[in-house]
Design a protein around this ligand. Sequence first.
Ligand code: GDP
Ligand code: ZN
Length: 459
Amino acid sequence: MLDTDTITAISTPVGEGAIAIVRLSGPEAIAITSQIFEGKNLQEAPSHTIQYGKIIDPSTNEVAEEVMVSVMRAPKTFTREDVVEINCHGGMVAVNRVLEIILAKGVRLAEPGEFTKRAFLHGRIDLSQAEAVMDLIRAKTDKAMSVALKQMDGRLSKLIQKLRQELLETVAHVEVNIDYPEYDDVEEMSHAMMKEKSKEVRDELDKLLQIAQQGKILREGLSTAIIGRPNVGKSSLMNTLVQENKAIVTEIPGTTRDIIEEYVNVRGVPLRLVDTAGIRETEDIVERIGVDRSRQVLKESDLILFVLNYNEPLSEDDMKLFEAVDGLEYIVIINKTDLQQQLDLDKVREFAKERPVVTTALLEEQGVDELEKAIADTFFTGDIDTGDMTYVSNVRHIQLLKQAKQALEDAMEGIELGMPMDIVQIDVTRSWEFMGEIIGDTASDSLIDQLFSQFCLGK
Ligand code: GDP
Ligand code: ZN
């Protein structure tokens, strides 16, 4: 056995902020809870039942909290260990008190993701599912959270398993053909077969990778630069976005209290706004390093919010900024519409081409809704949020998918060059192995071992 101690943490279910839960997992979970619980005897409670009662603080013998306690016995639990969940009504203060009482009993505070780690180590979930949970723990917004949740479903695992199986079967067929040739052109046939399958699987991997790029953005947030001449309202814009879109911070199973990160969530789109220092830099970035270089810097942003002043005519600097953002993803924000118009709007629209142009008076909180809508539209036009897509949002997965795809392309090239089949198979096998790493099946068994166990070629 890998972990034998009992761990605990506050783990409030996703989307249910009002309920606070303390979870315990491990061999002592039920026994220790019994010692501080006043109510039915938990040691005798059937598995997967909920008991009403009170948590007593042993140091004072006072009632700390009224609770509902779920008792779940191994192995039919998330961690495959005995699990107890203590539902507290009294919010965070009460839940912290209960946690402290349990810690005082010698139970160890779980590390972030430790419940999930146990589930993986005990074979309850595969590696990609475990990683999805880890992503969930780090997920910055609702949207990123739902991506992680989908992956946890095992969608990615299932697809990867299917693709691996297809490669495996093709290799098996080819082996059989070569070992028991019915036709003279067996090598040619094998090549054709292998080429077709390699291409098919390669295309599937490619599709996954394209989606993965979007998944990655969701997980990490769109890096967003706010640019514009001094005094147009960049800081005001930043403040407005931060105030209106407080980052969602949810506590997730297995997390402890200290994981709090500030992020801006605009209608489901996570934005990583450049910090004030960064903004100050971009203010005169064109001046300082010229259009070409500043373009390079801006190119690294996923989205640019380009602020203009309604109260001033278009200046030389504004034109330079238009030049710098040309071809990039940006939104024009014409601010200070509460003041006298000096800006030529037709000209701005002409420069902005088909990019969105939004007018605001940030001082009076005007136009903020329209701006947020424009941000969301800009992002979701690639219909990223359809329900059935399989998302890959993990950097390690993306890397492995790329390697698996490359290996298949190597195989295809080998076939094109007329390489012998056993050489081509080395590349196909590599692809199969890379995909195996995604789902944690780095099995010491080689592809060929698997072949024999599955197809009994019986040589
Ligand atoms: P930055 O230099 O681009 O970051 O601009 P700031 O956000 O610091 O704003 C410069 C000044 O313009 C401040 O005094 C703001 O209060 C003011 N300001 C910002 N937005 C508006 C607006 O919509 N209308 C008016 N009249 N003033 C604004
Ligand atoms: Zn500023």
